[in-house]
Design a protein around this ligand. Structure first.
Ligand SMILES: Cc1cc2nc3c(=O)[nH]c(=O)nc-3n(C[C@H](O)[C@H](O)[C@H](O)COP(=O)(O)OP(=O)(O)OC[C@H]3O[C@@H](n4cnc5c(N)ncnc54)[C@H](O)[C@@H]3O)c2cc1C
Length: 366
């Protein structure tokens, strides 16, 4: 390989790496995405449930990022469909958080009030109102809160569309090989090592999900990102029995357009172990059936799991201290699908203009 293979090298072709690549491609930046898997989005970005929760966190400055990202979705869905012919199945179904006890009701109403204070919409429902919207709800549900702006998307299709869109605009992809080191010249990083070869680039973006900490450690930088396993159960429910995303009893149910319902997800710190377990699957099925009793009559389809990139104060978005041309975009934990559009936009702006349209200071490293 000769020098300067790309202006920007992105390590990781998950939803975050592909969203950044797509934005850079639109800005005509010569970009190369490297992933150890044989195609894009094989890890957490495939495994995720695809919920776009407008209120994912009420702790500032998170809500601004969530709101900004969700607001990009409708036009992104249109744009990707026109460009790539892939329908990412963005559906603003709304979500209902159900409660079974007075104590849960008080907690959820407090949460809804905090969300409304931060500009999100929420509507308290009686049991009858909740069941009018979702007749399959259990008789034990005593009410709910409806978040009308919540949405969902088919994340595997979204990653494919972002990668295809970027590729059509000139982004290149290298699959099947891990980045194993950085190449330095004097005190600068000038590229990465892949399979014994050096690939040169002016700027390097670490978007390697729960492996980002391992990659940053090659620079001697300690980035606290670890895997948080999530297991999911898929059931078939035709004709469809749900319209909203439903959450309660520590699980959520996501109705897909193909009639299948996703029940998710566990949060487990089990290292890089991607097994599904009897206990994990059992707890989700029990909670799912407690919310929607007729699920017990439906067909079981499959289970899977993925590793979320957990960062206590994530996501981390910005330059690695001491390295002017190495950027981290990782640690999105439970909200990487929601936050991908805004992450792609802001990191691309950081690279092309130096000034992102929303300040990344609250998310900077170090
Ligand atoms: C069960 C589950 C449910 C979820 N539900 C939701 C949800 O409803 N809504 C939501 O917003 N988010 C959800 N998430 C979280 C979301 O999926 C993640 O936050 C997001 O996918 C992270 O994207 P990423 O690109 O950072 O990481 P990943 O998708 O893990 O991508 C990282 C990529 O880096 C590559 N890589 C790693 N090391 C190297 C290396 N050395 N060299 C080259 N390539 C490398 C990997 O192969 C991988 O493709 C869920 C996650 C799980 C597991």
């Amino acid at each position: 390989m000769t020098k300067n293979n790309a202006d920007v090298i992105i390590i990781g072709g998950g939803i975050i790496g592909c969203a950044i690549a797509y934005n850079l491609a639109k800005a005509q930046v010569k970009t190369l995405v490297i992933d150890k898997a044989d195609s894009v989005g094989r890890e957490a970005s495939w495994a995720g449930a695809g919920i776009l929760a407008s209120h994912a966190s009420t702790r500032e400055p998170y809500p601004e990022l969530c709101r900004a990202s969700l607001s990009l979705y409708p036009s992104l869905a249109e744009e990707l469909k026109a460009q790539t012919l892939i329908d990412i199945e963005f559906i603003q179904s709304g979500a209902i958080s159900v409660f079974f006890s007075e104590e849960e009701r008080r907690g959820l109403i407090g949460l809804a009030e905090r969300r409304v204070d931060r500009g999100f919409s929420a509507e308290v429902l009686t049991a009858a109102q909740a069941r009018e919207l979702e007749p399959a709800l259990s008789e034990s549900v005593i009410g709910g809160i409806r978040f009308p702006h919540d949405a969902h998307v088919r994340n595997p299709k979204l990653v494919k569309a972002l990668a295809k869109g970027a590729g059509m605009l000139g982004t290149q992809f290298v699959f099947g090989n891990s980045v194993t080191d950085f190449r330095r010249e004097n005190d600068s990083i000038i590229g990465v090592e892949v399979n014994g070869e050096v690939i040169y680039g002016d700027t390097i973006v670490i978007a390697a999900g729960c492996w980002s900490g391992q990659i940053a450690s090659l620079l001697g930088y300690s980035l606290a990102i670890e895997p948080a396993r999530g297991q999911i159960v898929l059931v078939e429910a035709m004709p469809p029995i749900l319209r909203h995303i439903i959450d309660g009893l520590d699980v959520y149910l996501v109705p897909r357009t193909d009639g299948k319902i996703l029940i998710g997800a566990t949060v487990e710190f089990a290292g890089y172990d991607k097994r599904t377990t009897v206990g994990g699957v059992q707890s989700m099925i029990e909670a799912g059936v407690a919310i929607i009793p007729e699920l017990s009559e439906k067909s079981f389809v499959q289970t899977w799991s993925g590793l979320r990139p957990y960062a206590k104060r994530g996501p981390h978005l910005g330059k690695v201290p001491g390295f002017h041309n190495v950027i981290v975009a990782s640690g999105h934990f439970k909200n990487g699908i929601l936050l991908a559009p805004i992450t792609g936009k802001l990191i691309s702006e950081l690279i092309t203009t130096g000034t992102p349209s929303i300040s990344l200071n609250p998310f900077r490293l170090g």
